[in-house]
Design a protein around this ligand. Structure first.
Ligand SMILES: Nc1nc2c(c(=O)[nH]1)N[C@H]1C(S)=C(S)[C@@H](COP(=O)(O)O)O[C@H]1N2
Ligand SMILES: [Mo]
Length: 503
């Protein structure tokens, strides 16, 4: 007759097995690719499966931290499930074994589903599965040894597993980071454009008055993507394929692209998930080549509608072919940003940038494949999940100063912020206090129609609680609507309003 395991050691058996399984998977993934780590693969799979409203909520609520929140939530859920698996196994090791093996299989599936990994990558979740089951059985066995020795042998086994897991986890991390793309990026050196962007004049921003700097430093540039771990692509492993409805399929290596005359353009990018007043808008000098040049070398056939681009991590985007070919718009295959090679999290070695379109339909990072096709033939990542097909950026404005719920001195209050209507241009920004009259703001120098414009104004504010609102008018004559719309399916609308107190 087998003996019943006490509750705490029973739960610990599950948790130890989990730790060992994750560590083993991470160690093996270190030799293949971080993305083969079953834990991360499950997280990435969860992102792709998350229903749209929840994902939009996560991006809005946690911003770039949504990934950390997801990983921590997963860790908590896994520990709870592992403890439960252990508790199910107080009499027989089998229920726990089955639960642990089931998690192992989920990990295998998640890695199998990743488009950027081959069969070899399955070794990582396989290592997790085998380790998890073995450690569970061993720990369970140690926990059932007759009372006198039980505590001690269980403790020894437990500490052994902990130490082994820590070593494996750290080892996986070290081995993995030796394989990442940092060194490859450093080897690229400075990218020198043959045609530089016009210098940004001193009156292009009102940074001293409380609006952002005109060019966003790379570390501050907003980041939005579905990648739980940043894809690691070395220039020597990268190539771009152009195929589909073209006359001559093309393939470019990194040096093929880099050795062409590079152009530089100042472009303001915006995310469709940006709420009114939100942070997902930034400006950089992008360095690269004209996308139209590459597409013309391939020879786009008539009837082509969609440029369907794929990232190395499987994310896809569909851009309208006319926008990609329009020389006046200046769509780019970008290699650099603000004088440097693209930062890893902004798409190194190469990404697309198409002025005037939200990032989800224009700005594929870690891009490796361009298929010229029709709208009917392919549905890109976010289109499948309910977002709009075309994604032109909406005319918007934001108040950066005063900050929400600030207290300021009553009297003359300075407000400052940004406005954007990429590829159309901003003509006017107006501000008002409460429901007072609209007043024209001072506008900064117009650098290009594809970039934001800064504004500032002085407002007369009596003591008390107040609101400031802003609205922009673009060069087509359109004034931002007051009607509030959420970000789904094609971008938020409404006036940004800031509540503050004057004393
Ligand atoms: N591979 C990949 N590229 C991507 C995305 C992504 O999830 N994966 N997100 C897009 C979206 S929604 C936006 S707004 C921009 C953001 O680019 P950034 O992170 O460099 O600011 O990248 C686009 N390119
Ligand atoms: Mo986006």
């Amino acid at each position: 007759m087998t003996q019943t395991v006490r509750r705490v050691p029973a739960a610990l058996c599950g948790v130890l097995a989990l730790l060992a399984a994750l560590a083993a998977g991470h160690l093996v993934a270190g030799f293949i690719s971080v993305n083969a780590s079953p834990y991360l693969a499950v997280g990435n799979g969860a992102i792709d499966l998350t229903p749209l409203p929840l994902k939009d909520f996560a991006v809005r609520t946690f911003g770039t931290n949504d990934k950390l929140v997801l990983l921590s939530g997963m860790a908590l859920a896994l520990v709870a499930a592992a403890a439960a698996a252990g508790l199910l196994s107080r009499r027989s090791p089998w229920p726990g074994t089955i639960v642990i093996a089931f998690f192992g299989v989920v990990g295998l599936f998640a890695v199998y589903e990743r488009p950027d990994l081959d069969a070899l990558a399955l070794l990582a979740p396989l290592a997790s599965l085998v380790t998890g089951v073995l450690v569970f059985r061993l720990a369970h066995h140690a926990a059932t040894i007759p009372k006198t020795q039980s505590r001690r042998s269980f403790l020894v086994a437990g500490l052994g597993v902990l130490a082994g897991s820590a070593l494996a986890g750290v080892g996986g991390r070290l081995i993995g980071s030796a394989r990442d793309a940092t060194a490859s990026r450093a080897a690229v050196g400075r990218l020198v454009p043959a045609r530089t962007a016009p210098a940004i004049p001193a009156d292009a921003d009102f940074a001293k008055l409380g609006a952002p700097a005109f060019l966003t430093p790379n570390p501050e540039f907003y980041r939005v993507d579905t990648a739980l771990t940043v894809p690691q692509v070395r220039t020597e492993d990268w190539s771009l394929r152009i195929h589909g409805m073209v006359d001559h399929e093309q393939r470019y290596s990194y040096s093929d692209v880099r050795n062409r005359p590079l152009v530089e353009r100042t472009i303001t990018m915006t995310c469709v998930s940006n709420e009114v007043g939100g942070p997902y808008v930034s400006t950089a000098n992008f360095i690269g080549v004209d996308l139209a040049d590459l597409l013309e070398e391939a020879g786009v056939r008539s009837g082509a509608e969609q440029l369907y681009s794929s990232s190395v991590d499987g994310w896809t985007s569909g851009s309208p072919v006319p926008a990609a070919l329009d020389r006046g718009r200046g769509a780019m295959l970008a290699l650099g940003m603000n004088g440097e090679p693209l930062p890893l999290d902004h798409g190194f070695p190469a990404r697309l940038v198409i002025p005037g379109l939200y990032g989800y339909v224009s700005a594929t990072k870690w891009v490796t494949d361009l298929e010229v096709t029709t709208w009917a033939a392919r549905q890109a990542y976010w289109l499948k999940r309910g977002w709009g097909r075309l994604g032109p950026i909406k005319t918007e404005s934001r108040i950066d100063t005063p900050k929400g719920f600030a207290t300021v001195a009553a009297g003359t209050v300075r407000a400052a912020g940004i406005a954007w209507a990429q590829h159309t241009g901003i003509a006017k920004v107006e501000v008002r206090v409460d429901n007072g009259a609209w007043q024209d703001a001072n506008l900064s120098h117009q650098v290009s129609l594809d970039t934001w414009r800064m504004w500032w104004a002085e407002l007369n504010v009596p003591p008390g609680p107040h609101q400031i609102s802003a609205r922009a008018t673009d060069r087509s004559g359109y004034t931002q609507t007051q009607d509030r719309a959420g970000t789904v399916p094609d971008g938020a609308t409404g006036w940004h309003t800031v509540t503050f107190t004057a004393k």
